[in-house]
Design a protein around this ligand. Structure first.
Ligand SMILES: NC(=O)c1ccc[n+]([C@@H]2O[C@H](COP(=O)([O-])OP(=O)(O)OC[C@H]3O[C@@H](n4cnc5c(N)ncnc54)[C@H](OP(=O)(O)O)[C@@H]3O)[C@@H](O)[C@H]2O)c1
Length: 374
């Protein structure tokens, strides 16, 4: 396989422009699997790695290849791999930007990607690559929030969930992370209350949320607490601008588990350009973020609430990664119990289409995952 021609979407240096170009083919070792990518999905963090990657992930080595979400075909496996063989159709989480992986060969935006066996799930025959590739970072981030010990530490998802009289709040249920959090929590037996725009109420309820409320409504907190009633609240997952502060108040008022798994930082890094005008936008955003985090930490401490910040690839290194990608998802996808969500919208073909798709994503999506086929 060493003479296989590979191509990648390169980020040559911090804040450089993305450029497609030739890349080495990296053979798998140990528990690694090489996948020929057929479809990738876009996440806000893929863009942020270009604009603020050197601040958010100071360990990054350049040139690097970004991208977390992919589906494709296994072409080669390391000597310790037992679950896959060449020709298998799979989805997987690419961990190239993760601190302990940190290598270009593991970024999703290339033709041949090195993945870890325990972060790969086989695709059911009827599921397309474009449908499947929406899952990895969304489900990984949701699982980090829900199941890691320092976070909500919920019971694991099951093929046959046992209903519990316990309720989880998912603020931002129509986001990629939220759609996965709803489904995982329901599969673990919890009742879910969520927020999103009214146009997405049907979407989140079809995923299993009991009720949805508009996060822009002045009465959203009272509405959520009314729907919660006497049920025990097992905490909240805070996704979207303003979610952490709102969830903090909610879990205190609900009086159950005082933990909010924070997915979205206080300030959005979306508007920061990679080039001209960067510092002018970056400095106030960093200041806003720092004050937002301090304020949140101070309010949380005073009220006895834990507000751990989620890092969506942390599960690569603990029991939650295999619990989701190896033990839960294969059967849940095959049985149609877990639906890759939000639904995909194909935004182009080829590595060169990814930067334009990133710009489209930055302009805003609603209950949609943008996907590029390769
Ligand atoms: N910490 C981590 O490791 C990690 C990993 C992945 C993502 N994230 C963060 O998680 C957030 C979601 O990412 P994603 O990829 O899942 O998003 P996404 O699917 O691209 O988000 C689009 C959705 O955001 C919703 N939204 C917009 N403003 C909102 C608000 N104020 N409250 C609640 N929902 C709101 C919209 O809902 P409606 O259309 O229904 O209004 C829309 O459906 C982002 O902030 C992202 O940076 C963090």
């Amino acid at each position: 396989m060493q003479d296989t021609v590979n191509n990648a979407l390169w980020l040559a240096a911090k804040q450089a422009a993305f450029r497609p170009g030739p890349a080495p083919y990296t053979a798998p070792r140990g528990n690694e699997v090489v996948v020929r990518t057929r479809a990738v999905a876009l996440n806000p963090f893929d863009r942020h790695l270009q604009t603020i990657g050197s601040l958010a992930c100071p360990w990054l080595k350049y040139p690097m290849v970004v991208g977390h979400d992919l589906a494709g075909d296994v072409v080669e496996t390391g000597e310790a791999v037992t679950r896959f063989r060449p020709g298998d159709r799979v989805l997987g989480l690419a961990g190239g930007a993760d601190k302990q992986r940190n290598r270009a060969a593991e970024g999703a935006f290339q033709d041949y990607v090195v993945l870890l066996e325990h972060m790969i799930t086989p695709l059911p025959a009827q599921m397309s690559y474009t449908q499947a590739c929406v899952l990895p970072l969304g489900v990984a981030t949701a699982a980090c929030a829900l199941f890691q010990d320092r976070f909500l530490a919920l019971a694991p998802p099951q093929a046959q969930p046992q209903r519990r009289n316990e309720t989880l709040i998912v603020w931002g249920g129509s986001t990629s992370v939220g759609a996965n959090a709803i489904q995982l929590a329901v599969a673990a037996g919890y009742d879910v209350l969520t927020t999103c725009s009214p146009g997405n109420f049907g979407f989140v309820q079809a995923l299993g949320a009991r009720q949805a409320f508009d996060y822009r409504s002045a009465t959203v907190a009272a509405d959520l607490l009314g729907a919660l009633g006497q049920a025990c609240c097992v905490g909240a997952v805070a996704i979207g601008p303003g979610a952490a502060a709102a969830c903090l108040d909610l879990v205190v008022a609900a009086g159950g588990v005082l933990t909010v798994a924070v997915v979205t930082p206080p300030a959005t890094f979306d508007g920061i350009p990679a080039g001209r005008g960067r510092l002018r936008k970056l400095l106030p955003t960093l200041a806003h973020n720092a004050t937002g985090l301090l304020k949140l930490a101070w309010r949380a401490k005073r009220r006895g609430v834990a507000v751990p910040f989620v890092w969506g690839t942390a599960l690569i290194h603990n029991e939650v990664g295999p619990m989701i990608f190896q033990d839960y998802l294969p059967e849940a996808l095959a049985r149609g119990q877990f639906i890759p969500s939000p639904p995909c919208q194909v935004a182009g073909h080829g590595l060169e289409a990814i930067p334009a798709a990133m710009a489209l994503h930055q302009a805003g999506v609603s209950a949609t995952k943008l996907v590029v086929t390769l």
